[in-house]
Design a binder for this molecule. Structure first.
Ligand SMILES: Nc1ncnc2c1ncn2[C@@H]1O[C@H](COP(=O)(O)OP(=O)(O)O)[C@@H](O)[C@H]1O
Ligand SMILES: [Mg+2]
Length: 217
């Protein structure tokens, strides 16, 4: 039996007495593509941040490739995140003072494995091979998100998390960026958990899960 890319059991998250969500259980197999949909404010970003170990939860457990995030200290959790997870955010989160190639190479640098050839390969994979020396301010939104996709996959993580990655893009650009995201996740054999409002993108997933305050199905 192969280990799940991520397994969530009975997760609950509260702010004070108010639950954002509870009873959230899900399992994403290695290489699987799962879309998560749900109304605004229902906790999709919070859930994705919990999957990445970027946010705390109040009940339940999250395990990435069998490793329980809740029982690790912060250093070990940060290391696991660097090795096994890539994250693409709606607002790109590309670092403004680094050029495109430096942004893409950052995860490898943080892992102590800088690799210029791998960075070039990823820039080519997302169609940015000629823009490695540009600064982010010289790029369009679609190009910025392709930088973020290349950065999220450069270290070949087993789990790629994407939170409304095309939410800030016009429809035509969004469709092309979504193609790159899904295509590259598949090519890398990474499990993909995609929070999206795009029905077209959700239709391409192996499974679609609907998040509500009292569970996910
Ligand atoms: N620091 C906070 N304090 C209180 N409530 C919060 C805080 N951060 C987020 N929330 C609430 O958590 C809920 C889930 O937010 P979020 O995960 O961003 O939802 P979604 O991504 O589905 O739109 C929202 O109702 C939001 O108001
Ligand atoms: Mg959100």
């Amino acid at each position: 039996m192969s280990t799940a890319a991520v397994q969530v059991r009975d997760l609950a998250k509260f702010y004070g007495d108010a639950a954002v969500f509870r009873n959230v259980s899900l399992e994403v197999a290695a290489g699987e593509f799962v879309a998560i949909v749900g109304e605004s404010g229902v906790g999709k970003s919070t859930l994705l941040n919990c999957l990445a170990g970027l946010d705390h939860w109040d009940q339940g457990s999250v395990a990435v490739e069998g490793a329980d995030l809740g029982t690790m200290d912060d250093d070990r959790r940060a290391l696991l995140r660097r090795e096994k997870i890539g994250f693409v955010f709606q607002a790109f989160h590309v670092l403004p003072h680094l050029d495109v190639a430096q942004n893409v190479g950052l995860p490898l640098l943080l892992l102590g494995r800088p690799d210029a050839a791998r960075v070039r390969e990823m820039l080519q994979a997302v169609g940015l091979e000629d823009l490695g020396l540009r600064l982010p301010q010289q790029l369009s939104g679609g190009q910025l998100q392709r930088v973020a996709i290349a950065r999220a996959l450069v270290h070949a993580p087993r789990l790629l998390l994407a939170d409304e990655p095309t939410g800030n893009l016009d429809p035509g650009t969004a469709a092309r960026v979504m193609d790159v995201l899904i295509g590259q996740a598949r090519r890398h054999g990474a499990a993909l958990v995609l929070v999206t409002h795009s029905e077209a993108a959700a239709a391409r997933a192996d499974r679609v899960l609907h998040l509500r305050g009292d569970g996910i199905a």
